[in-house]
Ligand binder design. Structure first.
Ligand code: ZN
Length: 261
C-alpha cells in the first residue's frame, strides 16, 4: 500500500467519522424495518377485540332471534286463549264445559310459561347487548389509538428516510477522503466485526477487542507512518494523539469561523 503519512491520517480520521455514521445508519435502518412495539401490541389487541366484538354481535343476534320467536308464540297463544274463552261461554252441557275449562286452563298455563320465558330472554338480550356495546367502545378506542400511533410512525418514517439520505451523502463524502486500499480493508473488517472496522489504541490496548498491542507496534502507531492493524481482531488501529490533534484542528476551525463571521 502506497500513501503518505498525511493521506494515512486523513484516511483514518475519515474512517472514524464513517464508523460513527455507519453506527447511526445501522440504528436508523433497524428502526425503519421494525415498527415500534407499542404499535404492534395495539394492532394485535385491536384485532382480538374486533373478533370479540363480532362474537358478541353474533350472540346478541342469536338471543334476540329467540326472543322474537317467543314473542310471536305469545301472540298466537293469546289468540288461542281468546278462542278457548269464547268456546267456554258457548258450552251446551257439563261434558263440554269440563273439556272447555281444561283447554282454557291449559292455554293459560302455557301463556304464563311463555311470559316467564320472554322475561328471561329479554334480560339475556340486555346482557348480550351490554357486552356488545362494551366491546364496540373498546374496539373504537383501540382503533383511534392505532390511527394516531400509525400517523406518528408515518411521520417518523419520513424523518428516518430523510436522515438516511443525509447520512448516506455524508458517508459518500467521507469515503472520498479515504485511500482506496484502506477503505477496502475497513469494509472487510467491518463486515467481520459487525460494524466496527477501526479501533482506538488506549493504554496499549486495542479498544475493539481489548487485546494488548505489542510495545513496538505502539511506537510505530504513534508515528502514524504506516497502516497498523490489530493482530487479534484485524481492526485498523489509531493512536489517541490522532483524536487530540483533530480536536485542536476542529477548535481552530471553529475559532477561525467565528472570527471571520
Ligand atoms: Zn483488536
Amino acid at each position: 500500500m502506497d500513501f503518505t503519512p498525511e493521506e494515512l491520517k486523513t484516511s483514518i480520521r475519515s474512517l472514524i467519522k464513517l464508523q460513527e455514521i455507519d453506527g447511526i445508519l445501522f440504528k436508523l435502518n433497524e428502526e425503519l424495518k421494525l415498527p415500534p412495539g407499542e404499535l404492534v401490541g395495539i394492532k394485535n389487541k385491536s384485532e382480538e377485540t374486533q373478533k370479540a366484538m363480532r362474537n358478541a354481535e353474533r350472540m346478541f343476534r342469536a338471543v334476540d332471534r329467540e326472543r322474537r320467536a317467543i314473542e310471536l308464540r305469545l301472540i298466537t297463544l293469546q289468540e288461542d286463549l281468546k278462542r278457548a274463552e269464547t268456546k267456554r261461554r258457548e258450552v251446551k252441557n257439563t261434558k263440554e264445559e269440563f273439556s272447555a275449562n281444561k283447554e282454557f286452563e291449559n292455554f293459560q298455563r302455557k301463556l304464563a310459561d311463555f311470559k316467564k320465558m320472554l322475561e328471561e330472554k329479554e334480560s339475556a338480550v340486555e346482557e348480550k347487548q351490554a357486552l356488545l356495546t362494551e366491546k364496540k367502545a373498546e374496539f373504537e378506542a383501540l382503533e383511534a389509538k392505532l390511527k394516531s400511533l400509525e400517523e406518528t410512525r408515518n411521520k417518523r418514517l419520513e424523518d428516518l428516510k430523510y436522515q438516511l439520505d443525509e447520512h448516506n451523502s455524508k458517508r459518500r463524502e467521507y469515503i472520498s477522503h479515504v485511500q482506496g486500499d484502506i477503505f477496502s480493508m475497513y469494509e472487510r473488517v467491518q463486515k467481520l466485526r459487525r460494524g466496527s472496522g477501526v479501533a482506538l489504541v488506549k493504554d496499549g490496548t486495542c479498544t475493539g477487542c481489548f487485546v494488548s498491542v505489542p510495545p513496538q507496534l505502539s511506537t510505530n502507531l504513534a508515528k502514524l507512518d504506516r497502516l497498523i492493524t490489530c493482530s487479534s481482531c484485524s481492526r485498523i488501529l489509531y493512536p489517541e494523539v490522532l483524536l487530540e490533534s483533530q480536536e485542536v484542528e476542529n477548535t481552530e476551525a471553529v475559532s477561525l469561523k467565528s472570527s471571520s463571521a
